[in-house]
Design a protein around this ligand. Structure first.
Ligand SMILES: CC(=O)N[C@H]1[C@@H](OP(=O)(O)OP(=O)(O)OC[C@H]2O[C@@H](n3ccc(=O)[nH]c3=O)[C@H](O)[C@@H]2O)O[C@H](CO)[C@@H](O)[C@@H]1O
Ligand SMILES: O=P([O-])([O-])O[C@@H]1[C@@H](O)[C@H](O)[C@@H](O)[C@H](O)[C@@H]1O
Length: 327
């Protein structure tokens, strides 16, 4: 439909990227933006604003947190989390200025803002100073390849799985410390791009033979990992949702997550919670899931049921419905 513009530049292999790719597949009648560049770049707002004016856009929908400067159309963005508020000191000055002086005022004027969990919804209402009805939680989904039946990784090794990145709020250090306390042949597979600092830390903890990295996996390959892992662990101090949790549960893999932010909400009763500051509490959960008398099978069943609640078609339906009221 003329006038409706979707920011397809978010589509990539990370959380907001998956949300963007999946919702783009399901939403009909939207135009892609005729510009490139990174939507996360604070100065992109001006280019984006110019583009929307040139295209005579009536409604701009971003699957991420970015907004245009000086646009004449309505603007609806998706704020997945408030990392930028909670990790303020780590942000560049330019980025903070963008959030406070450009993004927040646009979001406040906007008729609607979308988010992905009830936890994030409450945080957004508070920080942006919005009314309850202005922020709608549309949730996240599980992509097609993540099913319980299907090929498993062909390995005899027992391994824990981590899927994500090494930003400070992801708190992967507690997972490495827990692993170093477990005197067993349990290993760890990390699906992400490693950097020098994590490689050094792994050496320091004497884990070089027990940690392996995988990068650029397809969803089918990632699903094979989820199906074969002892458990998937998300040790973050802060999440707006936590996609690896629903992907793992959908593949029949038990999940362990930090008892913080959106993580308990997303795992429901299927998850094993631990204190992200205390590696011993993670060691306890690992030992529990590995023990012969463990409730592993009941956790797997609860996980399959919990994951079935997250469907991209439903997310797109909620987005469509919410946007109809502002178009
Ligand atoms: C810190 C924070 O609040 N992050 C949020 C952010 O993105 P963030 O990028 O942190 O996303 P998540 O960790 O939730 O998900 C990562 C996604 O990238 C995929 N992946 C990862 C590595 C890789 O090599 N290949 C690959 O495909 C995973 O399968 C998963 O689908 O938006 C997500 C979507 O709302 C939320 O779930 C996260 O809580
Ligand atoms: O990449 P960047 O813009 O500095 O920071 C991003 C955050 O602002 C965003 O809210 C989060 O979901 C992403 O994972 C990433 O951390």
């Amino acid at each position: 439909m003329p006038g409706l513009y979707f920011d397809q530049r978010w589509c990539a292999q990370h959380g907001i990227g998956r949300f963007a790719t999946e919702t783009r597949k399901h939403l009909v009648g939207w135009n892609d933006l005729p510009i490139n560049g990174y939507p996360t770049n604070a100065t992109d707002a001006w280019r984006l604003g110019r583009c929307l004016r040139r295209e005579k856009a009536t409604l701009f929908f971003s699957p991420g947190f970015n907004v245009p400067a000086f646009a004449k159309c309505r603007v609806v963005c998706t704020i997945h989390d408030l990392i930028h508020v909670h990790y303020r000191d780590k942000q560049s000055k330019l980025k903070l200025a963008y959030y406070k002086h450009l993004q927040r005022p646009v979001v406040r004027r906007s008729p609607l803002t979308l988010t992905v969990s009830e936890f994030s919804r409450q945080q957004i209402i508070q920080w942006y100073g919005l009314r309850d009805s202005q922020v709608v939680c549309v949730g996240n989904g599980v992509s097609d390849e993540f099913t319980p039946d299907g090929p498993r990784l062909d390995t005899d090794q027992r391994f824990l799985l981590y899927v994500g990145n090494t930003r400070p709020h992801k708190n992967v250090d507690v997972l490495l410390r827990a692993l170093s306390r477990i005197d067993s042949d349990l290993s760890l597979t990390m699906v992400m791009k490693p950097n020098d600092s994590i490689r050094r830390r792994i050496q320091q903890l004497g884990l070089a033979q027990r940690v392996r990295f995988r990068t650029g996996l397809s969803d089918a390959e990632l699903a094979m990992h989820y199906r074969a892992a002892v458990a998937t662990v998300l040790p973050s101090y802060f999440e707006g949702f936590g996609l690896p949790l629903v992907e793992a549960m959908a593949c029949g893999c038990p999940v362990m997550g930090a008892d913080r932010t959106s993580i308990p909400e997303v795992m429901g009763s299927a998850g094993l919670l631990f204190d992200p500051d205390d590696e011993e509490s993670l060691v306890e959960q690992i030992t529990r899931i590995e023990s012969p008398s463990s409730d592993r099978q009941s956790k797997v069943a609860l996980g399959l049921r919990q994951a079935s609640r997250f469907r991209w078609a439903d997310v797109a339906y909620r987005i469509d419905n919410a946007l109809k009221n502002v178009a």
